[in-house]
Design a protein around this ligand. Structure first.
Ligand SMILES: NC(=O)c1ccc[n+]([C@@H]2O[C@H](COP(=O)([O-])OP(=O)(O)OC[C@H]3O[C@@H](n4cnc5c(N)ncnc54)[C@H](O)[C@@H]3O)[C@@H](O)[C@H]2O)c1
Length: 257
């Protein structure tokens, strides 16, 4: 058994098609885990030497989530780990936010986490072990202009995960969140002005007082692997006494020292 205890374990990852989700899959495989990598489309998901099974899944669809978790356990065995990574961000001031934008954030970022966590927790509690990790956001902990729907949906996901962690602790199931700051993915780049990537990145790192952002004290934007390392730690036996924790991986951007 590897030091993390993930060798041979089975993990489910949502939003695994790119960005942070794809990095989480790679990091779990590096620890010897088998992974069911799910996303809206999984055509490009690497097989990692046969250790990864790609499956399409829309986390907003409760019955699709139930069916996929049941099929996974029937065909591949009990799930030891579930990682909620699927997420969306549509930045807009509240005065311009549509009903659809608001609902979409909660459908994916909050209800999607509920669907997946409920489906796996039902099974994990019966076995007396399991680990659920939800990727939230540091925006859940600090006000950001243009992020109201996103931040509120992520804050709800954090509190949901903590409450679930309390309910299932006696059954040996741990539930934690990782809250990233700015991370170099398509979601981050979509926030930047086209053709001005360099100055956009500099503004994120150095801060922008006009939008009340203080910058990133560690002086860099995270790579997806930085977030994946924290997820793998919380998923693993190395974190066996940690539950209901919210681990910020944001280079100090929210000044949480
Ligand atoms: N990149 C950042 O700066 C950053 C910062 C904080 C938190 N996060 C969070 O990290 C997670 C991953 O973000 P990312 O940067 O890799 O974004 P990304 O946009 O590159 O990837 C998100 C993935 O989620 C999938 N997805 C969206 N809706 C879905 C649905 N209904 N069902 C299943 N999958 C769905 C997308 O297809 C995509 O592959 C998200 O939850 C995001 O909110 C990202």
């Amino acid at each position: 058994m590897s030091a993390t205890g993930l060798d041979g374990r089975l993990a489910l990852v949502t939003g695994a098609g790119r960005g942070i989700g794809a990095a989480v899959v790679a990091a779990l495989v590096a620890e010897g885990a088998r992974v069911v990598a799910t996303d809206l489309a999984v055509d490009g998901v690497p097989a990692h030497g046969g250790r990864v099974t790609g499956r399409t899944l829309d986390v907003t669809d409760a019955s699709a989530v139930e069916a996929l978790v049941a099929e996974t356990e029937d065909t591949l065995g009990p799930l030891d780990v579930a990682v909620n990574v699927a997420g969306i961000l549509r930045d807009a001031p509240v005065t311009e936010l549509t009903d659809e934008d608001w609902a979409a954030h909660f459908a994916v970022n909050t209800t999607g986490v509920f669907h997946v966590s409920r489906a796996v927790a039902r099974r994990m509690t019966g076995r007396g072990r399991g680990s659920i990790v939800t990727v939230a956001s540091n925006a859940a902990g600090i006000p950001r202009a243009g992020f109201a729907a996103y931040a509120a949906s992520k804050a709800a996901a954090v509190m949901f995960t903590k409450c679930l962690g309390l309910e299932v602790a006696r059954q040996g199931v741990r539930c934690n969140t990782v809250s990233p700051g700015s991370t170099m993915t398509d979601m981050q780049r979509a926030l930047w002005t086209e053709g001005e990537e360099e100055s956009s990145a500099r503004r994120v790192i150095e801060g922008d007082l006009a939008s009340y952002r203080t910058g990133i004290p560690l002086g860099r934007i995270a790579e997806p692997a930085d977030i994946a390392d924290a997820v793998v730690f919380l998923a693993s036996d190395r974190a066996r006494h940690i539950t209901m924790h919210d681990l910020y991986v944001d280079g100090g951007a929210t000044l949480r020292a």
